[in-house]
Design a protein around this ligand. Structure first.
Ligand code: PLP
Length: 387
């Protein structure tokens, strides 16, 4: 009989989605998979080369040091200084993680007791829920509504939930809505968090991906942010390194220390060769980042032009690589996603998978070449549901 905490663990949403898509591919259909947020572009070659060379270093064949090599922490601190003007002490304000995901789940275990509340964006990335469930704590959802630019309205949160809240997740550029945060919103967030004793976990997984010449702001740029929260940063999307599992928690010392402590019990650290290559990604030439942003922007434009052509209109996403599109009348997010899979061989993520406020939307990833995105729009157009 599994432990109680395993029984309250929600089903891993993307695992289910991937299984559905794979089952369709197995039938021999020409599936266009825009469902999971798995970048289709390759890791920059100089990073791969660095790993190949580093793999021969006998130092890395032993256990890596607990909490990782200092050079990788210095590399990420340097990147934050260059990109955001944020000073981070590599020794005390940086934790190396196995992708952002591990830290996003572990932070709830580090900070929440049963009876505590975690403020969670709705719609939002489902892994936040898992950590809260494993901690035996409660969630209070912060609706992200189109009329508020998909930012939470702190004034509208129930008082009791705010009183018991110890932790809050934010994620901009946002998955799934693609919204980006403003400096003013982050300033308001710091004031709200200070006033209510809430730790902020800013998930900056899509931090590098902003369109139309706009660079998304980091939460840590906000005065006082480092005293009240941590930012989760990852190489998965910015450097097309999702398979490498390199992420970081940056900021508030006490939280960084707790994350390091919990990880001491699970892992020593990432393979040293990966750490060396990750440092190369962060401190070497950065043109690959600009180039992937350009690629996603072109894909976005191609898809939205094609969708407008079939009468499916929505504002273009300002960041991330997701498109958050309203479903046609008469459908739920699940019935529409199922229809697209069955009648058009297109995998999309139903909005309800990200929370109740996600109902009425589907999420499409810009994760296929432009011609495939146009083809997807054409197939959807043939269903004759729009315009
Ligand atoms: N946060 C968000 C919002 C994501 O969409 C993802 C991945 O899809 C992650 C975190 C996980 O990133 P990582 O690959 O660093 O674990």
């Amino acid at each position: 009989q599994p432990a109680l905490r395993m029984q309250t663990l929600p089903e891993q949403f993307f695992a289910t989605l991937v299984a559905k898509a794979n089952a369709r591919v197995a039938t021999g259909s020409d599936v266009i998979n825009l469902g999971q947020g798995n970048p289709d572009l390759p890791t920059p070659p100089h990073v791969v080369d660095r790993l190949k060379r580093a793999a021969e270093n006998p130092l890395y064949h032993k256990y890596p040091p607990f909490r990782g090599f200092p050079f990788l922490k210095e590399a990420v601190a340097k990147r934050y200084k260059e990109d955001y003007g944020v000073d981070l002490d590599p020794a005390t304000e940086v934790a190396i993680l196995f992708g952002g995901k591990t830290g996003l789940v572990e932070i709830s275990q580090c900070l929440l007791n049963p009876g505590d509340v975690c403020l969670v964006p709705d719609p939002g990335y489902p892994d936040y829920w898992s950590g809260v469930a494993l901690a035996g704590a409660e969630m209070a959802f912060m609706p992200l509504l189109a009329q508020n630019g998909f930012l939470p309205d702190y004034g509208a949160l129930p008082e009791d939930a705010v009183k018991r809240a110890k932790l809050m997740f934010l994620n901009y550029p946002n998955n799934p809505t693609s919204a980006v945060a403003t400096r003013e919103f982050y300033e308001e967030t710091v004031r709200f968090a200070e006033r209510n004793g809430v730790v902020v976990a800013s998930d900056f997984a899509y931090g590098a991906i902003g369109f139309d010449g706009q660079r998304p702001v980091s939460f840590l740029e906000t005065p006082g942010a480092k005293e009240i929260g941590v930012e989760f940063y990852t190489l998965s999307k910015s450097y097309n390194m999702a398979g490498w599992r390199v992420g970081f928690a940056l900021g508030k010392k006490q939280v960084v220390e707790l994350l390091n402590l919990i990880q001491d019990h699970y892992y020593c650290s990432l393979f040293g060769g990966i750490q060396e290559a990750a440092a190369e990604a962060l401190t070497g030439p950065q043109d690959a980042v600009a180039s992937l942003v350009h690629t996603y922007e072109r894909r976005r434009n191609a898809l939205y032009d094609a969708l407008a052509g079939i009468g499916w209109r929505a504002p273009k996403p300002p960041g991330s690589f997701f498109c958050w599109l309203p479903v046609p009348e008469g459908y739920t997010s699940v019935s529409f996603a199922d229809l697209l899979l069955e009648k058009a061989d297109i995998v999309v993520a139903p909005g309800i998978g990200f929370g109740e406020s996600g109902e009425g939307y589907v999420r499409l990833g810009l994760l296929a070449p432009e011609e495939r995105l146009r083809e997807a729009a054409e197939r959807i157009g043939r269903l004759g549901l729009f315009g």
